[in-house]
Design a protein. Structure first.
Length: 273
């Protein structure tokens, strides 16, 4: 797995304490990793600042954007560029406030072993995502299709195809990163979740994405955002149900003939539990 997958930790230069916490967890799990210096919202270049489409953000999200969100957004894209510039097939992206559980290495091994079944896999979640599991990847953990929103981007795995698709389609920023990179239908990607998640989010650590007060618009000014979210959730549900159907059919369109027989056995085993 080491040769095929590498771990990157996104960390601001001014947050060494957060890096130390991440380092201790990764070293304890024996995972090789590289620090990616996060884009600092306090020192954006003109080119970086221009990567924000503020009118579209306000229309879709119903509030004013935060430059900290932009820094986070651009930092994730930098990791993808690092993946494509190197020899590895997969990247594990971690934000520096992530909590890593002991099951993570086994989950990563399982994901690499079934890499034809996914392009992006969330390993942490803020909302449940209404997961429907279809393939065991490690003891007690399964790969799942999601039928509802599942925000958060503190831990996920992606392949080179996903990195290229994101680099080509994520900019300019018109939503927070974790509200857009999960749109598998938009990027033509197999977007999945491991359930239960082998990573969490440390709610005790203060966020480095500092946003000002009163960002939300009045309700009447958020009507466009509500309409966008409603349409987005309809697309998400359709995407999830379609991919679930394909997986239940044996992954013939998602994973080829070999995945077909494996999927049937995995689903049958799950029903028998």
């Amino acid at each position: 797995m080491v040769e095929r997958l590498h771990t990157w930790v996104i960390n601001l230069d001014r947050a060494p304490d957060r890096l130390a916490r991440a380092r201790a967890q990764l070293d304890a799990l024996g995972l090789p990793w590289t620090r990616l210096a996060a884009v600092d919202a306090r020192a954006l270049t003109p080119e970086q600042a221009a990567a924000l489409d503020e009118p579209a953000y306000c229309r879709k999200h119903g509030m004013t954007p935060s430059l900290g969100e932009l820094g986070c957004y651009l930092s994730h894209i930098e990791v993808m560029r690092a993946l494509l510039a190197g020899p590895h097939e997969f990247a594990l992206l971690l934000e520096d406030d992530v909590l890593l559980h002991e099951s993570l290495p086994a989950v990563l091994e399982g994901l690499v072993a079934c890499s034809s079944r996914w392009d992006v896999v969330k390993l942490s979640a803020v909302h449940s995502g209404t997961p429907v599991p279809y393939l065991q990847v490690a003891p007690g953990h399964a790969l799942a299709v999601m039928l509802s929103r599942c925000t958060g981007s503190s831990a996920y795995v992606l392949n080179r195809k996903a990195a290229a698709a994101y680099i080509a389609g994520l900019l300019p920023m018109s939503l927070p990163y974790d509200h857009v990179f999960d749109q598998g239908w938009r990027f033509g990607l197999k977007y999945r979740l491991v359930t239960p998640t082998p990573c969490g989010h440390d709610e005790v650590i203060a966020s480095t994405i500092v946003a000002g007060p009163n960002r939300k618009f009045a309700k009447w000014r958020r009507l466009g955002a509500y309409a966008y979210r409603f349409g987005n959730e309809l697309r998400r549900a359709r995407y999830g149900l379609t991919h679930l159907l394909l997986e239940k059919m044996g992954g013939r369109l998602l994973g080829g003939a070999a995945a077909s027989s494996a999927s049937a056995g995995d689903l049958g085993a799950q029903r028998g539990r």
